[in-house]
Design a protein around this ligand. Sequence first.
Ligand SMILES: CC(C)(COP(=O)(O)OP(=O)(O)OC[C@H]1O[C@@H](n2cnc3c(N)ncnc32)[C@H](O)[C@@H]1OP(=O)(O)O)[C@@H](O)C(=O)NCCC(=O)NCCS
Length: 365
Amino acid sequence: MEEMKKGLEGVVALDTKISFIDGIQGILMYRGIKIEELVDLPYDAVSYLLINGKLPDETELSEFSREIKNNRNINGKQIEVLKEFDFGFDALDGLRTAISCTAHFDLENNYHSPDANKNKSIKLVAKFPTIVAALHRASFNQKPIEPNEELSHGANFLYMLTGRIPTELEAEAMEKDLILSAEHELNPSTFALRIAASTLSDIYSAVICGLCTLKGPLHGGARKGVMDMLDEVSSIENVQSYVLGKLERKEKIMGFGHRVYKTLDPRARIYKDVARRLSIENGNSYWFDLAEELEHILFHEFVEVKGKPIYPNVDFYSAVVYKYLDIPAELATSIFAMGRVSGWIAHCMEQYDDNKVIRPRAHFV
Ligand SMILES: CC(C)(COP(=O)(O)OP(=O)(O)OC[C@H]1O[C@@H](n2cnc3c(N)ncnc32)[C@H](O)[C@@H]1OP(=O)(O)O)[C@@H](O)C(=O)NCCC(=O)NCCS
């Protein structure tokens, strides 16, 4: 038997053309393009890039955006089903159930032709934000807000959540958030999705596997964990004692550390800049200053004192961005999924195109 690698650490499970990570240099590329170059594009262009393998030209982008906009609505029956939910539960659980409903109402669900898969992909990208916003509003007995055709993917989400047209910077922040969340090689949720796809299960089912795996606090759930931590710390003066207490109790600090990055996550740098700009627009630097203080103290504790390469990851400053966008912590994982769905779809297609059932072995002990 081969040596067992706990958590599959360091195991290479497949070839991919979708993204590349250099965890030592802190480089992330989607389809061979650095995220620093992609982050100023519209989310639709990056979604197209991930799903189709190349950046769209002007005509392809406007056609893709039109298809997304045409599919943003969720049907009346689905809203009735959503209303039946008991809203005591987690937002991500609600999203997972709603995606199951979407699959149920999609007559192409169990068709696997390239056209059916393309249609399902468009519907998934288009409907995620509508569902997240509608579920959140329904939990306060508020009616869903119709999508606004004039707005970008990110801006329209913020609009459907609150009914207010976001400022230019808020819209930019949301677009960047979705882009930076869109893809990250064989992270746990993508791996789970690829296992489902490798059995030739349909795209909706594979995406639901991704959602279930994203939920955990050591993966997508960490963003909510950071937002909760920012609340718990409660003042900049408390940061030192809060952090030392957690480390003494051997508790993990959410938003820090990464299986692959042993330096600053390149996404964290971009989020930090967006958070700083939002703090200026808001005239309130509290959340930004608090996060920077956490970063400084943890750099000292992890890197300088313990010599461990533990730095802020994607979830750290994204949580600060959400604070400034007034996004409730419960929605953090669902919004992560809204961006990630494009990467998930790309991985599903890549798995279908060159499939072998993913089935490792275990040592019997
Ligand atoms: C992301 C994560 C799961 C990576 O896990 P991993 O590769 O299995 O690494 P480990 O959890 O084994 O960590 C290695 C060591 O660093 C420590 N460590 C790693 N991240 C830490 C964190 N956020 N807070 C405190 N200690 C941490 C571990 O306790 C462990 O210490 P030990 O060697 O003394 O036992 C881990 O860093 C983590 O739990 N981070 C917090 C959750 C988070 O932000 N997740 C989002 C990831 S994008």
